[in-house]
Design a protein around this ligand. Structure first.
Ligand SMILES: C[S@@+](CC[C@H](N)C(=O)[O-])C[C@H]1O[C@@H](n2cnc3c(N)ncnc32)[C@H](O)[C@@H]1O
Length: 218
């Protein structure tokens, strides 16, 4: 399963570098860091995983669910969504009904987050779309949607590779640099208002920052 997982991830990367944004699935350590706030004592919650890939984060999130939780896992690639469903069934993390166990409701959804017909807001959003690959208008749209659907007091976590951005910035042309500057300005604007913590995860290829934002209001 691990080899198939990595091969499929890499195939998808070759076909759509912009959307995938990584060559390899994330490590368990990164998945644990991204979902760390779910592990705190808490009441039942609504949780969104944005951009599941082959499920590196999903596998860390599911064991943290408590009765009454609802987890929506949204992934744009139908192939990856299908793989993930089979993987979670094989690993005993999901039942055919979509329920992981008493009162934990898990929905695997093949959809584009930019078009997703949200029917709820979330207490936790665990986001791993490769923002630095996207044009600024798409970054602005995605973050606006995420913040709109984060409940007051809710936590949004997102991952950002260390080094890769700098390589891309210095090796890229003027247009790449302008796009990356514009993206950074959009992200910084949110970070200034909402960021309360960041952690570094060295046990990942490449090493990665996890940023945590909290929406005020509670
Ligand atoms: C960097 S990968 C992260 C995958 C996984 N969380 C991991 O860490 O291994 C980003 C994932 O986001 C998905 N993605 C990209 N754009 C998306 C969109 N607009 N809506 C939903 N998923 C998207 C990609 O298909 C890919 O699986």
């Amino acid at each position: 399963m691990t080899l198939r997982n990595q091969t499929l991830f890499f195939e998808q990367f070759r076909r759509n570098f912009t959307q995938m944004g990584a060559i390899l699935p994330s490590s368990p350590a990164l998945g644990q860091a991204a979902s760390a706030h779910l592990a705190q004592p808490r009441p039942p919650a609504r949780i969104l995983e944005a951009g599941a890939g082959t499920g590196s984060f999903t596998r860390e999130i599911i064991p943290l669910l408590i009765p009454g939780d609802r987890l929506d896992v949204v992934e744009i690639s139908s192939e990856l969504t299908g793989f993930l469903q089979q993987r979670l069934l094989d690993e005993g993390l999901l039942r055919r009904s979509g329920v992981a166990g008493a009162g934990r409701d898990i929905r695997l959804i093949n959809a584009d987050l930019l078009q997703f017909p949200f029917d709820t807001d979330y207490d936790f959003i665990i986001f791993s779309l490769p923002l630095t690959n996207f044009p600024p208008d798409m970054v602005a749209a995605l973050l606006a949607i995420m913040m709109q659907h984060l409940r007051p007091g809710g936590v949004f976590s997102y991952v950002k590779y260390i080094f890769i951005g700098q390589f891309k910035y210095y090796l890229g042309g003027a247009q790449t640099r302008a796009q990356m500057d514009a993206n950074q300005a959009i992200i910084q604007d949110y970070a200034r208002q909402y960021q309360f913590e960041r952690r570094v995860v060295l046990a990942n290829v490449p090493p990665t920052w996890v940023h945590y934002w909290r929406k005020p209001g509670e």
